[in-house]
Design a protein around this ligand. Structure first.
Ligand SMILES: NC(=O)c1ccc[n+]([C@@H]2O[C@H](COP(=O)([O-])OP(=O)(O)OC[C@H]3O[C@@H](n4cnc5c(N)ncnc54)[C@H](OP(=O)(O)O)[C@@H]3O)[C@@H](O)[C@H]2O)c1
Length: 334
C-alpha cells in the first residue's frame, strides 16, 4: 500500500481508502445495502491490505453506517483513521441539520457514540451551510479540536471561494485549519480542476476523491445498448446523480476496456490508477458492495499506467476550462 500525507499534515493515509456509504443493511438512497457479514469481510480485508482510512457520515443511512463501521472494526478501531461528517438533515427538527455550533456539538457526541470511539480523526463539514455564518462553524470546530474530540477538520463539497474564505478566517484567528477537501473526482468528473484544486494546492489541503468510479459507471459493467445490470447502483436511480453525458461516458469506458486488456487488468483499476496519478489527491475513497469489488479495486495499487497512457486519458477527458481559467492559462507566463 502507498501512503500519502493528508494535505500538509504529517498524517499518512493509504492512497486507497474505503467509503462506508454502502455500509447499511436497511439500504440508503441509491447506494444499496450489504449484510453485516459482508461489511465485516470488507473491513477486515481492507485493514489487512494496509487501508488505514475509512470515511463515513452521520447521514449515511441515518447513523447506521457509522454504527456498522464501528462494529465491523471492533478491537481494531484504534488502528485506523476514521473520517466522518456533519451537516446533513438528520430529522425534522430544524436544529438537527446545518453547521451551527448547536448542531455540530450535538452531532459529534452522536457520531462518537455510534462509532464507539472517544475521538474522531477527521471531522468534515459535509457541504456549505448558507444559513450559518462560517465564523460560527470554524469557531465550534476549533473548540472540538482543542477539547481533543476531533484531531483534524476538513471540508467536503465546497466551492473554491468557500475554501479560501474559511481557511483565511481560520488562519487569522489561529484556529485549527481545514486540512482536506473531500470532493467528487473521476475521469467523468474533473470540474474541481478549475477552482477547487488550485485553492487546495495554495492553502495546503489534500483532496480526498469521492466516487472515483463515478458511482460504478467506470467498472465496465455498464455498456452502450445494454440495460443496466440488475442490482447495480445505476439501475436503482430514477435519474443520474452525477452529471455527465452518458454517450461520451460510454466512449470513455470503451477506451478503458482496451487499456484494461493491454495491462491484463480491469476497467475499475485503470480508472482508479488515473486518479492515483494526480499528486493533489491524498486518498481515493472507493465504495464497494462486496469483498470481490474491494479485491478488484485494491489490486489497482499493484501496477501503474505508463506516462503515455496517462496523458492519453488526460486528453480524452480534458474538461472545458471556464472563464477566467482559459484567460489566466493564456497569460500565465507574462
Ligand atoms: N462527500 C460527499 O458528498 C460524498 C458523496 C458520495 C460519496 N462519498 C464518499 O465516497 C465513497 C465512495 O463513493 P461511491 O460509493 O460513489 O464510489 P465509487 O467507487 O465511484 O462507486 C462505488 C460503487 O460502484 C460499484 N462498484 C465498485 N467497485 C466495483 C467493481 N470493482 N466492480 C463492479 N462494481 C463496482 C458498487 O455499486 P453497485 O454494486 O451497487 O453497482 C459500489 O457501491 C462513499 O462511501 C463516501 O464515503 C462522499
Amino acid at each position: 500500500m502507498e501512503y500519502r500525507n493528508l494535505g500538509k499534515t504529517g498524517l499518512k493515509v493509504s492512497v486507497i481508502s474505503v467509503g462506508a456509504m454502502t455500509f447499511t443493511e436497511k439500504g440508503w438512497r441509491t447506494a444499496g445495502s450489504m449484510p453485516f457479514s459482508e461489511i465485516k469481510r470488507v473491513v477486515d480485508y481492507a485493514v489487512d491490505k494496509g487501508v488505514n482510512l475509512f470515511d463515513t457520515a452521520d447521514i449515511y443511512a441515518f447513523g447506521e453506517s457509522e454504527e456498522l463501521l464501528g462494529r465491523a472494526l471492533g478491537d481494531r478501531i484504534n488502528e485506523v483513521i476514521i473520517a466522518t461528517k456533519v451537516r446533513g438533515v438528520m430529522s425534522d427538527d430544524p436544529n438537527d441539520r446545518g453547521l451551527s455550533r448547536y448542531h455540530i456539538f450535538r452531532s459529534v457526541e452522536n457520531s462518537l457514540k455510534r462509532l464507539g470511539r472517544d475521538y474522531i480523526d477527521l471531522y468534515q463539514v459535509h457541504w456549505w451551510d448558507n444559513s450559518t455564518p462560517i465564523e460560527e462553524t470554524v469557531d465550534a470546530l476549533n473548540d472540538l479540536v482543542r477539547q481533543g474530540k476531533v484531531r483534524y477538520v476538513g471540508i467536503s463539497d465546497f466551492a473554491g471561494w468557500q475554501i479560501a474564505k474559511s481557511v483565511s478566517l481560520q488562519r487569522c484567528k489561529g484556529y485549527a485549519p481545514f486540512v482536506s477537501a473531500q470532493m467528487y473526482y473521476s475521469l467523468l468528473g474533473r470540474d474541481i480542476e478549475a477552482e477547487v484544486v488550485p485553492a487546495c494546492k495554495d492553502l495546503g489541503l489534500g483532496i480526498l476523491a469521492w466516487s472515483p468510479l463515478a458511482g460504478g459507471f467506470l467498472t465496465g459493467k455498464y455498456s452502450r445498448n445494454k440495460p443496466f445490470p440488475e442490482d447495480s447502483r445505476y439501475s436503482r436511480m430514477e435519474k443520474p446523480f452525477l452529471r455527465f453525458d452518458i454517450q461520451k461516458a460510454y466512449s470513455v469506458v470503451e477506451q478503458l476496456e482496451s487499456l484494461a486488456s493491454k495491462y491484463g487488468a480491469t476497467v475499475s483499476q485503470v480508472a482508479l490508477n488515473w486518479v492515483r496519478s494526480k499528486d493533489f489527491v491524498s486518498s481515493i475513497i472507493v465504495g464497494v458492495r462486496s469483498l470481490k469489488q474491494l479485491e478488484d479495486n485494491l489490486a489497482s495499487v499493484e501496477w501503474e499506467l505508463s506516462e503515455e497512457d496517462l496523458r492519453y486519458l488526460d486528453e480524452l477527458t480534458r474538461p472545458y476550462r471556464p472563464y477566467p481559467q482559459w484567460f489566466l492559462d493564456m497569460f500565465a507566463d507574462l
